[in-house]
Design a protein around this ligand. Structure first.
Ligand code: MN
Length: 256
């Protein structure tokens, strides 16, 4: 069993080191991760500048690119073999609800999924690496159980896992959840640069809108590990009929 590990916090982040160490005796593991913090880079690929891969003293390979770049390069030439599982994280902070769309941690896992490989994105619900040992042990347990139960086969799937910042003994069993929702983000923050220009800083994520029972927000607040299966098809299947009618009407009016 071979596992490719990446993340979005960069190859030196404590979260990826802990994940690597936790999975070391579960499978053959290799790390290909961004050189610098690439949080909120989603699925971005670098198309207009060259990418370089270097190897750190601990054997981790790092890339001057995005999380998706790392997994993409690894799968399309760098590794020279096809891993059985792609694992991303452990992220410094939650990736729940609408944040999942922006997450580089999820983006790295999704890149593996798009290549037909099962993939898991792991995040800790609070920043700061408190109880990281518990999160790593939890990630290890989940991966090991999946290997034992032959869930890592030829069929690709994509899981988004958020682990509460609690000691291992206080973590409650994994719960399968839908994604919660957030309100729109807080306003952009402006400052004046030393040269008199206006600088814009992306504001904080919006407050939680839907944290009802069944969501990832709800489960993790109760101390459960949340597991959300993700898909990539963005088409709004429920609204296909509505739009087919509406667009047909528009075309009919335009023709009249
Ligand atoms: Mn991150």
């Amino acid at each position: 069993m071979k596992i490719l590990i990446s993340n979005d916090d960069g190859y030196q982040a404590p979260g990826i080191v802990a994940l690597y160490e936790a999975l070391q005796d579960v499978a053959e593991v290799e790390v290909v991760a961004p050189e610098h913090n690439n949080s909120a880079k989603s699925n971005a690929l670098t198309l207009h500048s060259p990418l370089y891969v270097h190897r750190a003293a601990n054997g981790f390979r790092y890339v001057n690119g995005t999380p998706a770049d790392c997994v993409h390069i690894a799968l399309t030439g760098l590794l020279g073999y096809r891993p059985d599982l792609v694992v991303s994280g452990i992220n410094n902070g939650a990736n729940m609800g609408d944040d999942t769309i922006y997450s580089g941690t999820v983006g790295a896992a999704m890149e593996g999924y798009l290549f037909g490989i099962p993939a898991i994105a792991f995040s800790q619900t609070e920043k700061g690496w408190k109880h990281l040992d518990a999160a790593a042990a939890q990630a290890r347990e989940l991966v090991q159980q999946m290997l034992v139960r032959n869930m890592v086969g030829t069929q690709p799937w994509l899981l988004n896992v958020n682990i509460p910042c609690l000691p291992l003994a206080e973590l409650k069993p994994a719960k399968v959840c839908r994604l919660g929702r957030r309100h729109a983000a807080e306003p952009v923050i402006t400052q004046t640069s030393p040269r008199g220009e206006t600088m814009y800083w992306i504001g904080a994520a919006g407050p939680v809108l839907d944290e009802s029972e069944g969501t990832d927000f709800h489960a993790t607040a109760q101390g459960h590990v949340s597991v959300t299966p993700l898909k990539v098809d963005l088409a709004d299947h429920e609204k296909l009929g509505y739009w087919a009618q509406s667009i047909a009407q528009l075309s009919a009016k335009a023709a009249a």
